[in-house]
Write a protein that binds this ligand. Sequence first.
Ligand code: CAA
Length: 380
Amino acid sequence: MVFDLTEEQRMIQEMARNFAQKEVLPKAAELDETSRFPEELVGQMAELGLMGVAVPEEYGGAGMDNICYVIAMEEIARACASTAVIMSVNNSLVCDPILKFGTEEVKKKYLAPLASGRKLGCFGLTEPGAGSDAGSQKTTAVRNSDHYVVNGTKNFITNAPQADACVLFTMTDKEKQHKGITAFILDMNSKGVTVGKHEKKMGIRASATSSIILEEVKIPAENRLGNEGDGFKVAMHTLDGGRIGIAAQAIGIARASLEDALTYAKERKQFGQPIANFQAIQWMLADMATEIDAARLLAYRAAWLKDRKVRHSKESAMAKLYASEVAMRAGVKGIQVHGGYGYIKEYPAERHFRDAKITEIYEGTSEIQRMVISSALLKD
Ligand code: CAA
């Protein structure tokens, strides 16, 4: 077993860390405060190859492995969790399923601009009545010669207001339940597509979240990802990858809590000495660091399996479950180390805590991750 990063992995870590510290971190508080979409940062990430890290170069990506993707995500999330989720959705939930399930024509038309970051994507699975129960899709797609006519509403869609394309899930045969779900790539400029109001969120406030309303939208049949009825498996496969990205995001947020707490504990003096001298503080820092390392190892393992095309549903769910809960615990401890200063916006500790919470919810709640893990255990 080798724990060293490869040359390429070290290189992307250094590049992403430099970019995140110099360009992203100085803007993070303002982005959170104003809920401004960081268009300029997304443009810079595109230039650095961060919008399609594990997509082959022939399709516009950086042609790296999924461990590189996890490493880069952690660095961006350490600086700004909002910017990180914009990157994560485009990489994992949009580029990855098009790469795996798209025809050569679809890849040329949609994947190259998305993976190079010239265009941005979103993932349309969740509906008002289909959250954890992703199989109960109500959005319909009806075949009409060379196209499908789509009607329905998608909910809580990250990147929707800025997205050029959407990986969309529809019901083509409701009698067949989850086996009647079909996936498409939707051009967001199509007639009949409306983006709903921006949700006001507790955290990741600079990433935009909206509903998408679809009224008599025509999608060409060649935009189908897989066959009719394959959609649920497309969604689950995609989320197996996406959960690795969210684990990495959670690790980055947890690291932000730890690193800010370390800095503060060395500077803040009480009882005539830095509070870092007190064992009560040291123990919190030690627990945070240990858990972050453990979460990172889980995420690297899941990414390593994905690179080897080995089924990794359980390992991705474990990584996301553990990393997101670590991010929450680190967020709580980070505030505690800061005392009263942790509770006010002058310090970033409270932002990390608010940003951490969503990682326990999106791309499958912690309860869903436990279902995925236990169902794999019981099958073994
Ligand atoms: N890969 C391939 N196939 C899979 C699979 C996987 N990971 N998981 C399940 N399947 C297959 C099963 O083998 C089964 O196939 P058959 O019908 O041929 O036997 C089929 O799918 C149904 O499987 P289940 O019976 O396990 O399905 P279920 O209805 O019980 O649901 C679930 C499983 C895990 C709860 C699933 O619905 C789920 O993951 N829900 C959470 C949804 C979610 O994560 N949503 C996130 C929205 S996106 C988002 O959050 C983006 C963002 O904002 C950043």
